[in-house]
Write a protein that binds this ligand. Sequence first.
Ligand code: CP3
Length: 342
Amino acid sequence: MSPDARYLHAARGLPVDTTPVWFMRQAGRALPEYRKIRERATLLEITRDPALCAEVTLQPVRRLGVDAAILFADITTPLAGLGVAFDIKEGVGPVIEHPVRTMADVETLRPFEPEAAVAPLLEAIRLIRAESPVPLIGFAGAPFTLACYLVEGGPSRDFQRTKRLMHAEPATWAALLDRLVDATIAYLSAQAAAGAQALQVFDSWVGGLSPLDYERRLWPWMRRLFEGIAPLGVPITHFGVGTGGILGLQASAGGDVIGLDWRIALSEGRRLVGDRAVQGNLDPVLLLGPWEGVEEAARWVLAQNDGRPGHIFNLGHGVLPGTDPDHLARLVDLVHGSGASR
Ligand code: CP3
C-alpha cells in the first residue's frame, strides 16, 4: 500500500496493510530541528512564513516516518482574523488580550475571511502538498475549546467563566458559538480547498463538560459545524480529552474518526462511538519514561483494536515537551510492524 493511502483508508474505516500512525503535536519542541528554527523565529512568525511553516510541518514526517503530516499552526491562529489580539506565551500557551465576556464583546468579532486572515497558511498547504509523501491533515480548534480561551483569557483548570457565561448569559453564549462555528467552517473549508486531504477538529477542553451541558448547550453547534464541513469530502477527526462520558454524544454530532484519550480502553471507546473509525490512545506521559513502558502500552492499544479496520494509532493527547524523539520513531516502527487489518 502506498504511504499516502494508509491513513486515508483507515480514516474511512477501510482495510489497510498495517496500522497508520501519527502524533498530535508531532511538530514542535520535541524535535531539535524545530527548536533550532525557534531560535530565530517565534511560533507566530513561523505560521506567517509559508516556506518555514511547510518545513516545520514536514520535519516529523522525515524524522519519524509517520503516516500523516499536520499543518503547523496553533488553534488560536485564526483568531487574529476575527480581530482578537493574542500572544502565545512560552510554557503557558495562548493568552487573549481582551477576553470576550459580554454581548458587546461578541459583537466586536469580525466575520472570518480566510484569504485575508490566513493567506500564508494556505500557501504553506500548497507547498506541503507538493513535497509531502503522506497526506496533510488541516485542523481547527472546536468552538467550545476556542470559547474557553476567549472567555477565560488564557489557560484554565475548570473553565469557571466559560461555564458561567454558558448558563447565566445564554444569548451571549449562543451568539459567541454561532460566530465560532461560522468562522471554523470557513477556516476548514479554505484549508481543504488549498489541499488539506483530511481535517481534525480539536475539542481539547470539552471533557470538562457534563453530558447534560454538552447535549443542551454545545451539541447543536457541533452538529452544525460537522454538517458544514462534511460536504468537503475529506475524512474528519473529532478529538477531545477526558471524553469517556460524552463519546456517544460527540460521535452523534459528527466526524468520521473519533479521538480517544488513554483513560478509556480502545475497545470500550469503539463500543461507545459505534460505527466509526477511532484514533488513539497511548498515554503521552509514558514517552517520558523507559521504552519498556511505551512498548507494553502500545501492544495493549493494538491488542484492544484486535485487527479491526478503522484504527489510526496516536497518543491520547499531544506529544509533551521533553519527549525523546527516538522513542517516537521506535513507536512508529512498532506500530508499523503490527500487520494488516482483517
Ligand atoms: O505538530 C503539531 O501538532 C504542531 C502544530 C500545533 C500547535 N498547536 C503548535 C504549537 C497544533 C496542532 C496545536 C494545537 C493546539 N494548540 C491545541 C489542540 C491540541 C491539544 O494539544 O490539545 C491547543 C489546546 C493549543 C493551545 C496551545 N498552544 C497550548 C496549550 C500550547 C502549549 C503551551 C506550552 O508551552 O506548553 C500552545 C503553544 C504551541 N502551539 C507550541 C507549539 C509548537 C509550543 C510553543 C512554541 O513552540 O513556541
